[in-house]
Design a protein around this ligand. Sequence first.
Ligand code: GCB
Length: 594
Amino acid sequence: MLRPQDTATRERKNLNGLWAFRLDAEGAGRSAGWWRDGLPAAREMPVPASYNDIVPDLEVRDHVGDAWYQTTVRVPKGWAEERVVLRFDSATHRAVVWVNDTEVARHEGGYTPFEADVTAHVTPGEQARVTVVVNNELTWETVPPGRIEDTPRGRKQKYYHDFFNYAGLHRSVWLYSTPAAHVSDITAVTGLEGAAGTVHYTVASESAADQAVRVTLRDAEGVTVAEGEGAEGTLRVEDVHRWAPGDGYLYDLEAALVASDGTVVDSYHQSVGVRTVEVDGTRFLINGEPFYFTGFGKHEDAAIRGKAHDDALMVHDFELMEWLGANSFRTSHYPYAEEVLDYADRHGVVVIDETAAVGINLGLAGGIFDDVKRVTFSDETMGEPLQRTHLQAIRELIARDKNHPSVVLWSIANEPESDTPESRKYFEPLFAEARRLDPTRPLGFVNVMLAPAGKCLVSDLADVVMVNRYYGWYVNTGDLETAEAELEKELRAWAEGQGKPIIMTEYGADTVSGLHSVVDMPWSEEYQDRLLAMYHRVFDRIDAVVGEQIWNFADFATSPGIFRVDGNKKGVFTRERRPKGTAFTLRRRWNKDA
Ligand code: GCB
């Protein structure tokens, strides 16, 4: 699905702003037809934003069920001959959309876009009413999964992941136009042949028989460097400027649909970074050169706005990562806004791109997130329906992000159960589908401490070993000496057992900003600093370790619990993005000039 663009043949109108809003825990709106009659007793709600923290009311914060949004938009007069499309960059976790009285779209999954051709339902020059009901329930069939409990105080959402279940319209909403005949998808796969680069392109379109595809590749100065005819082909660029970590050089691939008389019917611009990615033994290669990941697991998370995309926050986070010398991050634990990947493309930041499949592990849940111990994979819990949703989530992630040069590795789940035959059966088809959809990128999942080297039955399906480890925090708490020995032993076992590159995708310690101690005291700033330094010593002793991504970039909101003090505090920055002491140590490790 191509994103809305302003081009010579397309226009877009952003629908962000204040919408009418109404929670509907009883589900009354669907039977009463609120899309027809308007939202009763509505309040105003910003889009994009999570609704949870906007209103100082626990009923809103902990709402379970439907939330209705409504606005009106005037369709530009000039779109009379055009195809008109309504697009949601995301709706967390699912939505039904109406334009005026007609249902136009339904979508499952909170972090990928969806759209509807609404040409037949709107009149250019006139207003249209847009209504969307967003539902935030997590069940055994959703990604991420969860469970709803009936309590005397109403329905309560339980889930098995460690971040707050923010919901609402988190990203932009667009109305946009395309010509009736239009380019509908572009795939660009790049390669290197010595100093030359290749761009294999495939352009899908809905077009008439006498219309042909023409592609033009321009460099960053706008100079044409290659041209092609037809829906598929390979372009060659001599002396190519490669996309590389720290050098986000992009070419512009214009795909045009051209009529037999030479008229350009539609034109779409796709940016392309020419680079290769591969795994060779225990090395992770970008453009044939070994790459070492430094950076973080992050969250889309901030005060007030929750999980909403925000350009100011995004640029600030990237600037802080650059200040530290971080070269990469993981989109833990869901696909981030597309603006984030665009920024990473332009700035040469490397991304591990993850689905929203987090919490597929009831072994972790017992006692921490849940009061009862349950079996992860079963007909009563996580079974085939979840697997189907997960497959769809993988398809939508790869379809959305396949052209981003910054994305070098897919992560198809975070910390699932992976040490049982059932888990292997669950994951085999997921790996197969991801490989079929994108044979060009390495593939992996993030392994949990409960399934260490030798016990994990899923890792051999992956190209890279990604592990989250908490030696010195959840185990060996306060004892960094034992933690160091245990960590080294396990990493060596992974290196010998798998012979693949290892990325430590999480390690860290909860740290209260301003708490100090002269001894190894968990929660203090010094303990975080010393724990990270201990991990770094171990990584530097093991060749197969090709990456270190600290948990977490910043403190973030979680559901309330006795393990969390106003959220998870493993950030190197506070939630307000103020540095903890360890930021300065990291800056010296990662940014050799600092
Ligand atoms: C993990 C999870 C992450 C948690 C983290 C923690 O392993 O992947 O979502 O926030 O541990 O701090 O416990």
